[in-house]
Design a protein around this ligand. Structure first.
Ligand code: CA
Length: 239
């Protein structure tokens, strides 16, 4: 069955063009012209959409609020979200990432590029998408436990919910544990880098990931001006 992409966009021309191109690429699509119909669609659609393309300027509610609601509900919090915004909109893309968006595209965008981004985000969201390094299914470092296959993470036996991107960031650091990863390397390998994602994005996500890891946050070490490193020795948390 083709993967379903929900397009939340009130500008019909844009929505139709994006839908057409996604369909040409083998996806199923559904267009929601406002926030309330988008949320209603997500609530009733089974299976859930594989990904949501979310315009920020919607007639009834800001896209950021839609993002926040999708992230709040256990049923929808793992659905990847790609935000669409006009260059003139004052919102910082970091705000989008803070809210849990997985990627961010600025209008006007090339539809071809958007489709590639959608594919990249879906690829990293898949539990079986992995680097060639072989990992045991479940590994533990101190109070941190990761189920690579099941895409689940526990700290001191309490499960924590990570977005697809955070999970990929964490597992990438873990697979290369003990080795420093520069922001540029992480951008290439975790974000599958494109022009308008900056190294600040990496810092923002690491900060969020650490916050979620709580008592295990000390495993991600900052090498100032260089990048990040996962350290396997148990370290006291900074929190
Ligand atoms: Ca709009």
């Amino acid at each position: 069955m083709p993967e379903l992409i929900l397009i939340v966009e009130d500008e019909a021309d844009i929505a139709n063009t994006v839908a057409f191109n996604l369909q040409q690429d083998g996806f199923a699509t559904h267009i929601a012209p406002d926030a309330s119909s988008a949320l209603a669609f997500v609530a009733r659609s089974s299976p859930a959409p594989a990904l949501v393309l979310l315009d920020l300027m919607l007639p009834d509610m800001p896209g950021t609020e839609v993002c926040r609601r999708l992230r709040q509900s256990p049923a929808t919090r793992r659905i990847p979200i790609v935000m669409l915004t006009a260059r003139t909109e004052a919102i910082d893309r970091v705000v989008g990432f803070e809210l849990g968006a997985d990627d961010y595209v600025t209008k006007p965008f090339s539809v071809r590029e958007l489709v590639l981004r959608v594919r990249a985000v879906l690829r990293r969201a898949k539990p079986d998408h992995d680097t060639p390094d072989v990992e045991d299914e479940v590994v533990s470092f101190g109070n941190l436990r990761i189920d690579f296959e099941g895409h689940r993470v526990w700290v001191s036996d309490t499960e924590i919910v990570l977005t697809a991107l955070e999970f990929r960031l964490l597992t990438t650091l873990i697979k290369r544990r003990g080795r420093v990863q520069t922001r540029e390397t992480l951008l290439t390998d975790v974000w599958e880098m494109h022009g308008d994602v900056t190294t600040r994005t990496v810092d923002t996500h690491v900060r969020r990931l650490r916050k979620k890891l709580g008592g295990a946050s000390g495993s991600i070490e900052t090498l100032r001006g260089v990048g990040y490193r996962f350290q396997t020795e148990t370290v006291a948390s900074a929190d």
